[in-house]
Design a protein around this ligand. Structure first.
Ligand code: GTP
Ligand code: MG
Length: 251
């Protein structure tokens, strides 16, 4: 049976590194065959050798040579990818490995908020069970309001991609991880911290919002990973496997 796993998160959270680290772990521990997909038109080099690379169609570098700035280049690249999505999906669907790992563009909004991500995942998930992995970055999640954002984005990911979504905190080798863990252990502390930082209407809004997040996130298990040290790869496999079981795709 084949599975597809799509990695996404804010710029620099470790999508490319974790895609590779997890793929190599699957190869070694499960003796699985892996196809890596690069969907980032802006990346210069990838640690893995892609089985399909969207840079065959467009690169931001080329668009910038033609006169666009980095952001204009990314937007134009996203439009070109969207125009060619049928061909791209066919290429991905023609692969036959145990796991197809999909690495997404640096800018989360290009994949998630425009049509690229939802259309791609709708298509490829028709052929094999698909899970998304939302990667939190301690650089964002180690402040109280940053963690509120980091807990919200996986919910938005689930809403947009319509496939089971699991969350990880990557870069667990970094010292900021302790602060994130403290907040996660006690969401109440997180609410209090935000209320202390903000007063009046915003403080009130923040604490109600945290309450809402608490309700929606209570069954969510967030695992720690490090693409650098390899920590947490088996935990990541466990939650991905559980997510596939929940949607009835895996026995
Ligand atoms: N310490 C540490 N650094 C990491 C880890 N994972 C990634 N990095 C570093 O974070 C930076 C970004 O990593 P990438 O894997 O390129 O992240 P990305 O999300 O693919 O980045 P974009 O696609 O450019 O948004 C690099 O300098 C990595 O070496 C990790 O687990 N620990
Ligand atoms: Mg990347």
């Amino acid at each position: 049976m084949m599975f597809k796993i799509v990695f996404l998160g804010t710029a620099g959270c470790g999508k490319t590194s974790l895609t590779y680290a997890f793929g190599e772990w699957l190869k070694e521990e499960l003796d699985a065959s892996i196809s890596y997909i690069n969907m980032d038109p802006g990346v210069y080099t990838t640690p893995y050798k892609p089985s399909y690379d969207v840079r065959e169609i467009v690169t931001v570098e080329k668009l910038m040579e033609e006169g666009l700035g980095p952001n204009g280049g990314m937007i134009r690249a996203a439009e070109i990818i969207e125009e060619n999505l049928g061909v791209i999906c066919n290429e991905i669907n023609s692969l036959s490995s145990d796991f197809i790992l999909i690495d997404t563009p640096g800018q989360l909004e290009l994949f998630l908020f425009r049509s690229m991500g939802p259309r791609l995942i709708e298509d490829v998930s028709r052929y094999s069970p698909t899970v998304s992995v939302y990667i939190m970055d301690p650089a964002i999640a180690s402040s109280s309001s940053g963690l509120a954002i980091s807990l919200t984005l996986p919910l938005i990911t689930r809403l947009r991609l319509k496939v089971p979504t699991v969350s990880v905190i990557n870069k667990s080798d970094m010292p900021e991880i302790y602060k994130v863990e403290k907040f996660l252990e006690d969401v109440l502390t997180l609410g209090q911290e935000i209320a202390r930082e903000e007063s009046g209407l915003i403080g009130d809004l923040a604490s109600r919002y945290i309450q809402l997040l608490k309700e929606f996130s209570k069954s969510i298990r967030i695992v720690k990973t490090s693409a650098k040290t390899g920590e947490g790869m088996s935990d990541l496999y466990t939650i991905v496997h559980e997510a596939l079981c929940e949607c009835g795709d895996l026995m």
